[in-house]
Design a protein around this ligand. Structure first.
Ligand code: XIL
Length: 374
């Protein structure tokens, strides 16, 4: 079976032109050879191995319950991924719903699964304005200055073998009235603008060798808000470096869209990455997926367009040597947050198709786009 069945180039071009994705014309689409689809039980190389052979890494977000309850899904994860990220199990509300009452079991299970199969786990995420348990939110808003550091230490100390951490997540807001565009968050309220540098220092105190990452979204496109956020991010990185904060890498979430009027410019994105690399930082594509809200219902049309959107993006990213690896936010369309997020749900109610494998764990054109790009 090929992944380009019964689909004319004109169909794809028409769908893409309607979305303002005209930069990818039929010539580009025609340039990629059709390739036999490998059945899910195939023994050939997975994305993790392909990436590793190219000096990069590939991994995906998972939930512990999928690994425990779905052996076919767990097998696919073993086949494809080199790195696992807990999708929610390490968020503050999940690990410490009540003060001092910890629930590390689900994240422990992901780590055990990863280590059993020769993979690593990344920690996601220590300091985030969302998913703060009510007790901690109240304390931070009452300006408890010690809580953030205690939290970072407690979580990181539980996972001494985890060597890659999203220390702060989504700390910028282009809509902020502050000149530095720092997001209004309970951490900013409690500790002031230097909380980000402090978070990195606490993390370094626990894990002298770990890769410490600042992760954020909304810098991928040529939108005014994205440009504002790119500028703010570069200024934030400059100030973190200036004061010697122990930051190692920037994570760019990369939740891509196929909405009309949203333009991706590889040259502009590359020069943004180059500026980040210029601070001596690595870059990770941390949460790649792609919304298909505005695409036609036909699976093969959607899959082709989505793969081209991903290919264009990851080729620009991987052209930058500082990009260490790519993580997708999920592996199979069977489990994607986009089907639960109201802004990402399709109006026709069809499940979205944002990930490398379909719901039956077969490799889709997105898988091939990633493999080709690596
Ligand atoms: C999302 C998860 O995928 C959902 O299951 C959860 O309900 C909300 O969080 N940016 C991030 C991720 O950094 O943690 C978010 O994950 C998606 C957006």
């Amino acid at each position: 079976m090929t992944h380009r069945i019964a689909l004319s180039r004109r169909d794809i071009f028409t769908a893409m032109a309607a979305l303002g994705l005209g930069g990818l014309g039929p010539a580009t689409l025609g340039a990629r050879p059709a390739r036999a689809q490998v059945p899910s039980g195939g023994s050939d190389r997975g994305l993790g191995e392909i990436a590793r052979n190219a000096g990069r890494f590939y991994g995906c977000a998972v939930q512990a319950s999928y690994l425990a309850k779905e052996p076919d899904f767990a097998d696919a994860v073993v086949r494809e991924a080199g790195v696992l990220v807990p999708e929610w199990e390490l968020k503050w509300g999940a690990v410490e719903p009540q003060r001092g009452h910890f629930n590390f079991a689900p994240a422990d299970a992901i780590l055990a699964f990863a280590e059993q199969h020769g993979m690593t786990m990344r920690g996601h995420t220590l300091v985030w304005h969302r998913n703060i348990p009510a007790w901690a939110k109240t304390a931070l808003e009452a300006q408890d200055r010690s809580l953030m550091g205690i939290h970072i230490k407690q979580v990181m100390n539980h996972f001494p073998t985890v060597q890659d951490w999203d220390v702060v997540n989504e700390v910028l807001d282009p809509g902020s009235t502050r000149p530095d565009k720092l997001r209004d968050s309970p951490f900013l309220t409690a500790l002031g603008p230097r909380y980000i540098a402090q978070a990195f220092r606490y993390a370094r105190g626990v894990a002298p060798q770990a890769r410490l990452v600042y992760n954020d979204y909304g810098v991928e496109y040529e939108l005014p808000t994205h440009k504002t956020k790119r500028d703010a991010m570069l200024r934030l990185l400059e100030s973190l470096k200036r004061e010697g904060a122990p930051i190692d890498a920037v994570g760019i979430q990369s939740h891509l869209v196929t909405r009309q009027g949203v333009t991706f410019d590889p040259a502009s994105f590359s020069s943004f990455l180059k500026e980040i690399a210029g601070f001596g930082l690595k870059i990770i594509i941390t949460e790649l997926d792609v919304q298909d809200t505005d695409l036609p219902a036909d699976d093969s049309v959607r899959d082709r367009v989505l793969a081209d959107v991903i290919q264009r993006y990851v080729e620009a990213a991987l052209a930058e040597p500082a990009v260490a690896g790519i993580l997708t936010w999920g592996l199979s369309d069977r489990h994607t947050w986009l089907d639960t997020d109201p802004t990402a749900k399709r109006s026709d109610g069809l499940p979205s198709r944002p990930l490398p494998l379909d719901a039956d764990l077969n490799r889709k054109p997105i898988w091939h786009a990633l493999a080709d790009a690596f």
